[in-house]
Design a protein around this ligand. Structure first.
Ligand SMILES: *Cc1c(COP(=O)(O)O)cnc(C)c1O
Length: 455
C-alpha cells in the first residue's frame, strides 16, 4: 500500500515512512492510495480482528505475524476482556466503551498501537526519535503511556501549568520511565503548542534531535480506530448508526473509513459541544472558524478540525492541488464553502450533527444516571444527547463512549451528586510521586531542556 498527501505535493510513501513522518512535507495529511475492502471473514477476538482489518494498510512493511503480535501487545493493556465492550444504554441505543485502556480515554486504542509501531520501525532501522508534543489533557497521557516502554523513543510533553485537571496531570507526571519527561509551562495550552511548533520550525534543532510527533493527524491513529467500528457493527449483528463525540474529526473519520471499507454503518452523527464549527458546517455547508471557549468536555474544545482535510480530499475527487488551494483560502478568509453537489454526494447520505451546551451535557449525565444508574463522562454525554436526537426506527444506535467518568469527576459529581471512582489500577494515582519540571514560556529554556534529556 502506498500513501499520498491530501495536498498533492509530497512524496508518495509506504506505511512505515508515513507513520514516522506524521505530517506530509507539503503540510498535507497522508491517505492510502485506495480504500481496501474488509476481509470476507472477520476473525474472532479484538486483536485478531485488528490485525485482519489493518493488514492491507501496513502492506509489506510488517508480516501478518508481526502485525498480530503488535495488536496482541497493544490490546493486552486494556482492562476489559472484550477490549471495547458494547453495553446497553436504553432501548435501541448502546454505548461502545472505548475507555478501558491505561489512561481511560479512547486515544489509548490508537496510541498503544502507534507506540509499538514506532518502536518496531525504529529498531529495525536502528534510529531514535524524540517526540515532542503539547497537551491540554488526554493526548499527552495517552501518548506517554503508548511509548513508556519503547527503547528507541524519548518523549517530552508540555502542558499549561495549573490548567490541566489533577487526574490528567498525574497520569503524565507519575509515569516512572527513563524516556518520559513532562514540562509544566507557565502559560496557556496555545503557548505550549506555539513552543512545539517553534521547535519543529527550527530545522537545525529538529534535525539534531530527530523530532517527531504523534498528533491526531498521524495516519496510524486514524487507521487503528477503524477497527472498533467494524467490531461495533459485528457485535450489533447488522446495520448500525454511530454517534461520535467529536473534536479534531479523527475518530468519526475512522468511522467513515470503516463504512467505506464495507462495514454496515448507515449514518455517522457528529456530536460537538459549544465549539461547534462542525455542526455549523453540517447546517450551512460552510466551514467558518470562530474563537474557542472552554467547556466541560475539554478534549473537544477545538477551533478547526484538522482531520476534516482527509474527507475534503475525497470530496474534491482526490485532487490535491484543489484541496491545497481551498485550505489556503480558508486560512486567509476563515471560510470554506462546499459545493451543493459535493455536499449531496458525500455528506448528506452519511453525516448528521448536533451540538450540546454545558447545560445540556449536565442534564444528559443526570438523565442517564437517573434512568440506568450509569455514570457517563461529559464527552460521552455530548454524544448521547446527539444520538437521542438522531435515532431511527429499526436501526440500532451506538454511541462511542470516549472517556471514563472518573477522568472528569467534577462534572459528573456536579450533575449527579456521585463522585466516580478511579478503576483499581489507578486507585493510588493521587498518592504516586510526581516527576515534572516547571519552565517559563520561553523557547530557549524548553529547547535546552529537550537537549538535556535526549539520549
Ligand atoms: C480526543 C477526544 C475526543 C475528540 O476526538 P477527535 O478524534 O479529536 O474528534 C473526544 N472525547 C475524548 C474523551 C477525547 O479524548
Amino acid at each position: 500500500m502506498r500513501y499520498v498527501s491530501t495536498r498533492g505535493g509530497a512524496p508518495v510513501l509506504g506505511f512505515a515512512d508515513v507513520v514516522l513522518a506524521g505530517l506530509a512535507t507539503d503540510g498535507g495529511l497522508y491517505v492510502p492510495q485506495e480504500w481496501p475492502h474488509l476481509p470476507a471473514q472477520l476473525p474472532d477476538g479484538y486483536p485478531a480482528l485488528a490485525a485482519a482489518v489493518l493488514a492491507p494498510y501496513v502492506g509489506n512493511d510488517f508480516s501478518a505475524d508481526q502485525t498480530r503480535a503488535l495488536c496482541d501487545a497493544a490490546y493486552a493493556t486494556f482492562r476489559h476482556p472484550d477490549v471495547v465492550p458494547l453495553v446497553d444504554l436504553e432501548p435501541g441505543h448502546r454505548l461502545m466503551e472505548l475507555f478501558h485502556g491505561p489512561t481511560l480515554a479512547f486515544k489509548d486504542v490508537a496510541l498503544q498501537l502507534l507506540g509499538r509501531l514506532f518502536d518496531s520501525i525504529l529498531t529495525a532501522r536502528n534510529e531514535r526519535v524524540m517526540i515532542v508534543g503539547a497537551t491540554s489533557g488526554d493526548t499527552g497521557s495517552a501518548a506517554i503511556d503508548g511509548v513508556r516502554g519503547c527503547a528507541n523513543v524519548d518523549i517530552v510533553i508540555l502542558y499549561p501549568h495549573g490548567r490541566v485537571s489533577e487526574v490528567q496531570r498525574r497520569q503524565m507526571t507519575t509515569v516512572d520511565s527513563p524516556n518520559v519527561h513532562t514540562v509544566a509551562v507557565d502559560g496557556t495550552f496555545d503557548d505550549c503548542q506555539d513552543l512545539v511548533k517553534a521547535m519543529f520550525n527550527d530545522a537545525a534543532f529538529r534535525g539534531r534531535h530527530n523530532l517527531s510527533a504523534v498528533n491526531s493527524i498521524n495516519w496510524a491513529r486514524v487507521m487503528a480506530q477503524v477497527v472498533y467500528y467494524v467490531e461495533a457493527a459485528r457485535r450489533a449483528g447488522g446495520e448500525i448508526d454511530v454517534t461520535v463525540p467529536t473534536g479534531n474529526f479523527g475518530n468519526v473519520l475512522s468511522g467513515w473509513i470503516a463504512r467505506r471499507m464495507g462495514a454496515p454503518i448507515g449514518r455517522l452523527v457528529v456530536a460537538s459541544n459549544q465549539n461547534d464549527i462542525l455542526t455549523r458546517f453540517f447546517e450551512s455547508h460552510e466551514m467558518r472558524a470562530t474563537g474557542v471557549s472552554p467547556t466541560l468536555s475539554p478534549s473537544m474544545d477545538i477551533q478547526v478540525s484538522s482531520n476534516f482535510e482527509r474527507l475534503l480530499f475525497e470530496m474534491n475527487g482526490r485532487d490535491g492541488a484543489m484541496t491545497r488551494d481551498q485550505l489556503s483560502r480558508f486560512r486567509q478568509t476563515g471560510s470554506l464553502l462546499v459545493e451543493p453537489d459535493q455536499y449531496g454526494e458525500w455528506i448528506a447520505p452519511v453525516f448528521r450533527a448536533s451540538r450540546a451546551s454545558d447545560h445540556d451535557t449536565l442534564v444528559t449525565i443526570r438523565s442517564v444516571h437517573e434512568t440506568t444508574g450509569m455514570l457517563i463522562d461529559p464527552h460521552t454525554a455530548v454524544g448521547v444527547k446527539a444520538a437521542r436526537e438522531h435515532m431511527r426506527e429499526g436501526v440500532p444506535m451506538v454511541t462511542m463512549a470516549t472517556a471514563h467518568p472518573a477522568k472528569f469527576p467534577d462534572a459528573v459529581e456536579r450533575a449527579t451528586g456521585v463522585r466516580p471512582q478511579l478503576p483499581e489500577h489507578l486507585s493510588d494515582l493521587l498518592e504516586r510521586p510526581e516527576r515534572t519540571v516547571n519552565l517559563p514560556n520561553d523557547l530557549a529554556a524548553v529547547q535546552q531542556f529537550v537537549a538535556s534529556v535526549a539520549r
